[in-house]
Design a protein around this ligand. Structure first.
Ligand code: UD1
Ligand code: CA
Length: 468
């Protein structure tokens, strides 16, 4: 078996992005571009992966972690210079090396695999992955001789008029004989329009040494899109989104309007789930079978079991168990754990709270720092008062209890099973099983008081007018 290596170039600042965030860390469908590249490379059983970092090195390393080795390119003197930094780790090794850029997020593992295979079958020292486009501006051009052999790659800024008219472009991905690569890199110069050491110049060096360079032309240009500015970022996102949505549809998920459905690359969705327009599914969200996600819901890093219904709601880092439902217009915050068959209605916020099976929290309620048992009814406008201005406190409510509307449950407090809280109560003491707590002043009716108020005069006039 020939050993396989990969080098990912990720040291550039990405000036054209006009951003504080380093270019390769800009996300496409929820994952930084350089992570997309690494993820697809990893699927090819690579022996060693080296990422060249420079601008934002610490941030890039923190993002990719131990999945790759790193070399530092302290000064960005060009792509050839960048690859040369990997010499200390790979220089003398025998095998094939794939090089990819951290700003080309759309390449698939399959393309890298095909490139390895093609390179091996041709037995050349270098194979460049090319594509054809009507609008090659900005890319390096592939210059072939009369019989189609690759002679060199010319950058946009160095191209003559004839060269610039070539529509076959360098995708920035290559496969090299590893030792030949480093041998050639030592000979490149920076006498070009940008004063940089171009990786692409190794092709001419190979030609001078009478070594053959091959080109593998891919069919789909869009996969090779390089992201240098925000326009290309949006284009790449659209391509990736289409790809993600099509995969889910092929797996049995209904997207009512794929064009307005935004699903991050690591989201998982079960069959027969229906997703309405304007939905955003983010991060590592996992959705089960037979769920219904209503229009304009946003769900980030949540787990939804089977048969869950979400109607126009915002969910983050929460769990919804089988057959539960929420909305419209409710908010689950981190550590909300919504039990089987639970109903969360409209204008409800739940934070760091467990809600037991079949409990109902129907309207205008805040549940924070609480454990609720099963089959409880929480009345409209209930507030679990969890914060004293300094600390958060916890409340427990037992099974089959009933919390009347408009109650304030002031934590910490224990409400037992089968307990009843009368509407409008402010509960500050524990309530035992089968007891009722009523904690509000009783009603007083004052005889004839209506007539003392100015409103009585207005009412009399209105009545007179109506009876005319
Ligand atoms: C490069 C290619 C071009 C190709 C295009 C494909 C060269 C000279 N040009 O151009 O032929 O069509 O990609 O997208 O290789 N980088 C470093 N260190 C450096 C310079 C760049 O790590 O000193 C990294 C960047 O972070 C980036 C990648 O290399 O991820 C490509 O650099 P970029 O400046 O975007 O090259 P292009 O002009 O797009
Ligand atoms: Ca680029």
């Amino acid at each position: 078996m020939t050993a396989k290596y990969a080098i990912i170039l990720a040291a550039g600042q990405g000036t054209r992005m006009k951003s504080k965030l380093y270019k390769v860390l800009h996300p496409v469908c929820g994952k930084p571009m350089v992570d997309h590249v690494l993820t697809q490379i990893e699927k090819n059983d690579i022996d060693e992966i080296v990422t060249v970092v420079g601008h934002g090195a610490q941030k890039v390393e923190a993002t990719l972690g131990t999945r790759t080795q790193y070399v530092l390119q302290a000064e960005q003197l060009g792509t050839g210079h960048a690859v040369l930094q990997a010499e200390a780790l790979l220089g003398d090794k025998e095998g094939m090396t794939i090089i990819a850029c951290g700003d080309t997020p759309l390449f698939t593992a399959k393309t890298f695999e095909e490139l390895f295979e093609y390179h091996k079958s041709k037995g050349t020292v270098a194979t460049v992955l090319t594509a054809t486009t009507d609008n090659p501006f900005g890319y390096g051009r592939i210059i072939r001789n009369e019989i189609g052999i690759v002679e060199k790659i010319v950058e946009q800024k160095d191209a003559t008029k004839e060269e610039a008219a070539v529509t076959e472009i360098n995708t920035g991905v290559y496969c090299f004989d590893n030792q030949e690569l480093f041998h050639a890199l030592h000979q490149i110069k920076n006498d070009n329009a940008q004063g940089e050491y171009y990786l692409t110049d190794v092709m001419e060096i190979f030609k001078k040494e009478e070594k053959i360079v091959a080109a593998y032309r891919m069919k789909d240009f869009s996969e090779s899109m390089g992201v240098n500015d925000r326009l290309a970022l949006a284009k790449a996102t659209a391509v990736m989104q289409k790809r993600i949505n099509e995969t889910h549809m092929k797996n049995g998920v209904t997207l009512i309007d794929p064009a307005t459905t935004y699903i991050d690359v690591d989201v998982k969705i079960g069959a027969d789930t229906v997703i309405e327009p304007g939905v955003q599914l983010k991060g590592h969200t996992v959705i089960g079978n037979d769920c219904h996600i209503g229009a304009h819901s946003e769900i980030r890093d949540c787990v939804l079991k089977d048969g869950v219904t979400v109607t126009a709601s915002f969910l983050e880092e929460a769990v919804m168990h089988t057959g539960s439902n929420i909305g419209p217009y409710s908010h689950l915050r981190p550590q909300a754990d919504i039990g089987e068959g639970v109903h969360i209605g409209n204008f409800v916020e739940v934070k760091k709270a467990q809600i037991g099976k079949n409990t109902k929290v129907g309207h205008l309620t805040y549940v924070g720092d609480a454990t609720l048992g099963k089959d409880i009814n929480v009345g409209c406008g209930t507030v679990f008062v969890n914060y004293d201005g300094i600390n958060k406190h916890h409340t427990n409510v037992g099974d089959y209890s009933f919390i009347g509307s408009g109650s304030n449950i002031i934590a910490p407090v224990q409400i037992a099973d089968h307990a009843y809280v009368a509407a409008g109560s402010t509960v500050t003491e524990d309530v035992d099983a089968h007891d009722m707590a009523i904690a509000r002043s009783r009603q007083v009716n004052k005889k004839g008081y209506f007539d003392h108020y100015p409103v009585a005069q207005a009412a009399a006039e209105a009545e007179k007018a109506e009876n005319k």
